[in-house]
Ligand binder design. Structure first.
Ligand code: APR
Ligand code: PHB
Length: 390
């Protein structure tokens, strides 16, 4: 088999890249280790920056999003029994769009289905060869049968535990990591959200988050110990703990219901540099992870795909390799700003330990946010999303 771009991973990064390339008649094959249903079963954050929505529109994949998504003009930070509103529209000049990653993935899958893209699900033992100078090849097995794809480029969109980054010689890669000593216990319910906008809560007992997928589906989180398992969080304990961490008016208005999903996520910041090695380009979680505070993960995957798709299109259309040469530096410049932002928001909102120093510093920063429009504007600009650089 031969293709122009072999894409590893059918998460949002791989599917969006494939869609943007196919619109320019660039041939690609997507190899995914899991089934489509498994990919759709993963629940992740759902706050989209304008840049991400624009890209989905450009890919011709925003019809349902434009009809169904919630547009949020602000969000809230609850602390000390008060609720501080960050007015994104006023402070940053634009809004965010609340639409679950699962729904985006479903829309991308449907667009590909309509176009007949070659997405190979249950492709196991994927291995990458000759991407350091010779024409690259990708091997995989499906149903016990071995296959080989010859290609011009490989896009490694296979997430944090994929094969692409692992295939780059360790000496060619620098990695940077911060692990946080806590996790998020998350619950999805078919109940109306407790507030119209997303609420992040800083509380002495730990962080809490009230989010949503729609007007009738809510997503709630509480900070938990890294050693906790879902079994440690019976429903009653979860709702109790969430209420205790919210201001009274919110706690009183919370509508609870049977969870349709419960999971624990560890928090991690991670960056691998560079994001290119020869003909192999990394995009999305394959190259970087951010903690979910601020919901930047999917937005970063989208901005990587923006830069990478433009670079590949310029290569095939105009024989211009400038974008391929600068891809890694451009993508990383945006990645590090989101890494900084999500790290700082994580530090501001979580219980970081047992000391009494950090809570005081957090209170000072929250007080500064209350009083300073400039401080709120900086937060809003980062939350709503920094512009793409040309
Ligand atoms: N071979 C083929 N596919 C693989 C392999 C492999 N060896 N390893 C992983 N995959 C697949 C996974 O099964 C998954 O479907 O690659 C896909 C990667 O998808 P994601 O993990 O969703 O990563 P990405 O597409 O970069 O999405 C960006 O946004 O909200 C954030 O972190 C969140 O996943 C999210 C990210
Ligand atoms: C979510 O809805 O799952 C969500 C929202 C905002 C975040 C993180 C997660 O910062």
């Amino acid at each position: 088999m031969r293709t122009q771009v072999c894409i590893i991973g059918a998460g949002p990064a791989g599917l969006l890249l494939a869609l943007l390339l196919r619109r320019e008649n660039i041939d690609c094959i997507v190899l995914e280790r899991r089934t489509a249903d498994y990919v759709l079963g993963r629940i992740r954050a759902g706050v989209l920056e304008r840049v991400t929505v624009d890209l989905l529109r450009r890919a011709g994949c925003a019809g349902r999003l434009d009809r169904e998504a919630l547009v949020h003009e602000g969000f809230e930070i609850a602390h000390g029994g008060r609720r501080l509103r960050i007015d994104l529209k006023d402070l940053a000049g634009h809004t965010v769009t609340v639409y679950g990653q699962t729904e985006i993935t479903r829309d991308l899958m449907e667009a590909h289905h309509a176009q007949g893209t070659n997405i190979v699900y249950e492709a196991v033992d994927v291995s990458l060869h000759d991407f350091d100078g010779r024409p690259p090849r990708v091997r995989y097995r499906r149903g016990g049968v071995g296959h080989e794809i010859a290609c011009d480029f490989i896009a490694g969109c296979d997430g944090a535990h994929g094969v692409s980054r692992e295939s780059i010689p360790a000496a060619a890669l620098a990695t940077f990591e911060r692990r946080y000593p806590f996790g998020w216990m998350g619950v999805l319910t078919d109940t109306p959200p407790v507030a119209d906008e997303i609420v992040y809560a800083n509380h002495a007992r730990g962080f809490a988050l009230c989010s949503m997928r729609s007007r009738s589906r809510s997503r709630y989180y509480v900070q938990c110990a890294l050693t906790d398992t879902v079994d440690d969080w019976a429903d009653a304990r979860f709702w109790d703990e969430l209420r205790r961490r919210l201001p009274t008016d919110l706690a009183d208005g919370l509508v609870i219901g049977p969870p349709i999903e419960k999971s624990i996520a560890a928090l991690r910041s991670f960056v691998a540099e560079p994001m290119r090695f020869g003909a192999l380009f990394l995009a999305g979680d394959a190259a970087h992870i951010v903690p979910p505070t601020g919901a930047k993960g999917l937005n970063l995957a989208a901005s990587d795909v923006h830069y990478l798709s433009r670079a590949l299109i310029a290569h095939y259309r105009n024989r211009d390799d400038g974008g391929l040469e600068t891809y890694s530096a451009r993508a990383l410049a945006r990645v590090w700003k989101a890494v900084r932002f999500s790290w700082s928001l994580t530090n501001l909102l979580h219980r970081l330990g047992d000391d009494d120093f950090t809570p005081r510093v957090q209170q000072a920063e929250l007080d500064y946010l209350e009083r300073s429009r400039n401080a709120r504007a900086a937060l809003a600009e980062n939350y709503a999303g920094l512009p793409l650089e040309d």
